[in-house]
Design a protein around this ligand. Structure first.
Ligand code: ADP
Length: 482
């Protein structure tokens, strides 16, 4: 045999002495019998060094480790080193990482096989439990119906979960290596590029809803959330992790809602023109009839004409309310400095007739200026004050105030009206909801309009009420719109 890698016999003693704690060295002869040992053999094999010499391989190792341990040692006896894991025979088997190396004399002739081993029981158990937890996470990720993916910072898919099959009718392999932009609808690519850029800039979780290409030619809407993963040492962004969910149904519903709202707006503008016009005619002819046929009309004819005139007036007011809701619904709220005291003056001027008819007392609390849309906030005040006077069975006392809070402003309208039963509080802000339609005229749009105006300002409206005592409506208008 020629020159080989190996440990000269003369080196064995030095090697044993220098061996690290926990390292055991056992020398085997050609019959795989231990002929010498050194180092931490007791720790590794559970036997004192003197007992080891003379034992065979099967006396030291567990049965299932014997075949490959024997093969490794024979390879060493043949001049080639190997590294393998073996389990020892002792009552609680230890796992040893065993390096089998030929032992050479000074001339390079093989004298035996040296087994240098290190106890790796704890290490292997930790690796096993890590593998097990990885396996569980992988199962979780693979079983998820949401698409889960890893992308390079430039947006190339690195790994894609099997859920992509259900979402896009494509296997993960069809996406890996492609850019997220490639599989986005051409009209949405700029938005996807911007999403990737925001995520790769390391901002918090970024979301975008866009269309992805399904194998069958459809374009399902997917809401994708991306988050950057940083290298724990350098802090630089190494990957993006994304989750995608099919939101086609939601997008369709939102579209239908938007269409519905557009339809309502369309209907309302038609209503204002096409319905208002005949109403003007009806009213005009009723007045004309009363004037021209006056002397010939009986008292009951005149009562009937009065009913016609009243009904037409009511219809005109309903058409106006409907138009006003539809206009608000389609508005966006401006962001200007609004003088609430001035808004209140304007609202009261418009409600003058009703204030006079009911003898209402309007009290002004503190009135801070706010930021928002003057036209919409004026309408909101008008609706709340008009309700406060309408739903009241005594002389109305209405107080309006507006105070500044750390997060924004609170607009408050308090009345001494009939109040609202607890079970009705949650529903009165809905479209066309009226609680006591027989007693109070209305269309059920006043509070829905107020709700929408608060919403357009990023705020909210709420009510506290005691039946028989009165109600307080509070509108919060945040300084920063969410
Ligand atoms: P409408 O005034 O046309 O009935 P709203 O949307 O303005 O419609 O109000 C919905 C319902 O909420 C009303 O029918 C009424 O029952 C109740 N409501 C509104 N404002 C008040 C109030 N200030 N006091 C008592 N009830 C009120």
């Amino acid at each position: 045999m020629g020159a080989r890698d190996g440990i000269p016999r003369s080196e064995l003693g030095r090697l044993a002495l220098a061996s690290l704690p926990g390292v055991a060295v056992v020398l085997f002869d050609g019959a795989l019998r231990a002929t010498a040992c050194a180092g931490s053999v007791r720790d590794s094999y559970g036997l004192p060094p003197d007992d080891i010499v003379g034992l065979r391989l099967e006396d030291l190792l567990a049965e299932d480790s014997l075949p490959h341990a024997a093969r490794g040692l024979r390879l060493a006896l043949g001049g080639r080193g190997t590294v393998l894991d073996v389990r020892t025979r002792r009552p609680e088997p230890h796992v040893l990482e065993l390096k089998a190396t030929p032992l050479l004399d000074d001339d390079g002739a093989i004298l035996g096989a040296v087994a240098v081993s290190r106890d790796v029981t704890a290490e292997r158990a930790a690796q096993d439990s890590l593998r097990e937890s990885e396996r569980r996470y992988r199962l979780l990720v693979e079983a998820s119906t949401d698409l889960i993916c890893r992308l390079a910072p430039d947006g190339t898919f690195l790994w894609v979960s099997p859920a992509v099959e259900r979402l896009l009718g494509r296997g993960p392999a069809e996406l890996v290596g492609r850019s997220a932009c490639d599989v986005a609808h051409p009209d949405d690519r700029a938005a996807v590029r911007a999403l990737l850029q925001r995520a790769a800039d390391g901002l918090d979780e970024q979301r975008q809803t866009y269309r992805m290409a399904h194998r069958d030619g459809r374009w399902p809407w997917v809401e994708m959330a991306l988050r950057a993963i940083r290298d724990p040492v350098s802090g630089s962004i190494v990957e993006l992790v994304g989750t995608g969910r099919d939101v086609s149904d939601r997008v369709r519903a939102e579209d239908a809602l938007a269409r519905g709202s557009a339809d309502l707006g369309h209907f309302a503008s038609l209503a204002s023109h096409d319905l208002a016009e005949p109403l003007v005619l009806v009213r005009g002819y009723a007045d004309l009839l009363r004037d021209e046929a006056g002397p010939r009309l009986t008292a009951s004819d005149r009562r009937r004409l009065d009913v016609i005139a009243r009904s037409v007036r009511r219809m005109q007011s309903l058409v106006g309310t409907l138009l006003s809701y539809a206009t608000v619904d389609r508005s966006t709220a401006g962001d200007e400095q609004v003088d609430v005291a001035h808004l209140l003056d304007e609202a009261l001027a418009l409600l003058e007739a009703r204030i006079a008819a009911t003898g209402a007392e309007i009290r002004r609390g503190p009135l801070a200026p706010v930021r928002g849309d003057a036209r919409l906030l004026g309408l909101l005040l008008q609706n709340l004050i008009s309700n406060a006077m309408k739903f009241c069975e005594r002389r109305p006392v209405v107080e309006v105030s507006c105070v500044e809070r750390p997060a924004g402003w609170e607009l408050v309208v308090t009345d001494n009206g009939v109040g609202i039963a607890p079970q009705d509080v949650a529903r009165i802000f809905g479209l066309f909801v009226r609680v006591d339609a027989a007693r109070f005229p209305g269309l059920g749009l006043g509070l829905a309009t107020a709700w929408r105006i608060a919403e357009l300002h990023g705020g909210a409206i709420a009510v506290e009420s005691t039946p028989g005592v009165g109600s307080t409506f509070r509108v919060s208008l945040p300084r920063v719109r969410g």
